[in-house]
Design a binder for this molecule. Structure first.
Ligand code: CMC
Length: 394
């Protein structure tokens, strides 16, 4: 076994070179292509950030317009794909539907992609970015037994998503709240990429065998679904419901600290950030802004979350282990205030992350030397032995 070393969870193994996202976990910094996340969230639209991640530079006015049109032209999904949704039982988790439907997209778009050609990879990235809002909205409408709504050219990317999610086909008009659009765009920007996290690494490994990119994205969605990754935003609200009120916070902190209890504070801790998660601070601001704007009764839950955060941040257990609230700690509160059902939270994360997955896949496929992802192992099983005749086995 000689030179093989063990690194479970890849805590100290770099799997690739990448020029897309930089994280300084000690300083709490996150950059996309050299731009700080705060700067991008305050000054750019989500599609500008998508362009930046995919092509490496922010777009000029002309480039952005061309990109937005290219996305708009690809927003519809094939009617046969819509038929596919009807085979899921009502009440199926929208993430389960997304794993299946995005995987099925590869059946519609396989022959026309040569993964070795850069322009075709970029076109594939635009196509899935464009179709994701409709795929996500149809997953929601299928899960809840609602009629399907098609995108409209007059709406922008995020407006179209809200329209397809929430419009009533019988209503004459649909008005989009610009404050809600702005909050959602920021959420999309914060989640758009995060270097070699579990789902991105899954997409890269799947893609390293030169597999169809849509099938690779389906693998990424499966990885994202888990509560230790993207599923944490849904789990945070379930946890806050369970805590119920401020008097119970101490009990739950004690539970999280108990080595014999598997309970963890959801939305807390990160593999890379060991000081603070810069996305969490932006998310907290969005939470205040949206709750004030919508004047909704989620304020109690925000106060409960803040109480939990304050107590944990002053507790030795969390200080010693450098556990801080991550991006998911407040995102669920914002999404719930906007009216997004809880089982759609991780779908929203996937919608935002799809450009990161495709940009990382494109970058990997652009390398001159392509190597299939193939980790090794340290074998700890039985030594070589012979098969005994069946009747002699105990
Ligand atoms: N609550 C209580 N204890 C925790 C928590 C937590 N949320 N997170 C880590 N710990 C403890 C853990 O028990 C361990 O303690 P000890 O050293 O005594 O055994 C120590 O901290 C190190 O934990 P780890 O599991 O080895 O750390 P990791 O880097 O492998 O895991 C993590 C990172 C995010 C999976 C983990 O912190 C966690 O499970 N957090 C809760 C789920 C969550 O919020 N996930 C969203 C991550 S951010 C969004 C995304 O990227 O998807």
């Amino acid at each position: 076994l000689g030179c093989l070393s063990l690194d479970p969870g890849f805590t100290s193994t770099s799997s690739c070179f990448s020029a897309i996202t930089y994280i300084d976990g000690e300083k709490g910094e996150l950059w996309y292509r050299g731009y700080a996340i705060q700067d991008l969230a305050n000054n750019c639209t989500f599609l500008e950030v998508c362009y930046l991640l995919l092509y490496g530079e922010l777009p000029s006015v002309v480039e952005l317009e061309r990109f937005e049109n290219a996305v708009k032209n690809e927003m519809l999904i094939h009617m046969k794909l819509i038929d596919f949704y009807s085979s899921f039982q009502q009440g199926a988790h929208p993430m389960a539907i997304m794993v299946g439907v995005v995987g099925a997209l590869s059946a519609f778009m396989h022959e026309d992609i040569d993964v070795m050609v850069a322009e075709q990879r970029e076109a594939a990235a635009i196509r899935i970015l464009a179709k994701f809002p409709m795929m996500a909205a149809v997953a929601y409408r299928t899960a809840y037994g609602l009629p399907i709504v098609f995108p409209k050219k007059k709406f922008g990317y995020t407006e179209n998503f809200l329209y397809m999610m929430f419009s009533d086909p019988m209503a004459d008009d649909f008005t989009v709240d610009p404050v809600v659009v702005n909050a959602l765009e920021k959420i999309f920007i914060l989640h758009a990429d995060h270097e070699q996290n579990a789902s991105t690494s899954t997409v890269r490994i799947a893609g390293s065998s030169l597999a169809n990119p849509y099938a690779c994205v389906a693998a990424g969605i499966a990885s994202l679904w888990g509560p230790m990754h993207g599923g944490a935003n849904e789990a945070v609200l379930a946890m806050l419901d369970e805590i119920k009120s401020r008097e119970n916070v101490d009990t739950f902190i004690a539970k999280a600290k108990n080595p014999n209890d598997s309970f963890r504070l959801m939305g807390f801790g990160h593999r890379v950030y060991k000081n603070f998660d810069p996305r969490n601070q932006i998310m907290q601001d969005i939470a205040h802004e949206i709750l004030t704007h919508l004047q909704c009764n989620q304020k109690n839950i925000l106060e409960l979350a803040q109480e939990l955060e304050n107590k944990a941040l002053n507790d030795d257990y969390f200080i010693k282990r450098k556990l801080y609230p991550n991006v998911d700690f407040y995102s669920g509160i914002v999404l719930e205030a906007i009216g997004i059902p809880r089982d759609m939270f991780t779908v929203i994360f996937a919608l935002a992350r799809v450009i990161g997955w495709m940009s990382q896949w494109h970058e990997m496929m652009s390398e001159s030397v392509k190597k299939i992802g193939r980790p090794r192992q340290l074998y700890v099983g039985a030594q070589k032995r012979n098969v005994q005749p069946r009747e002699m086995r105990e």
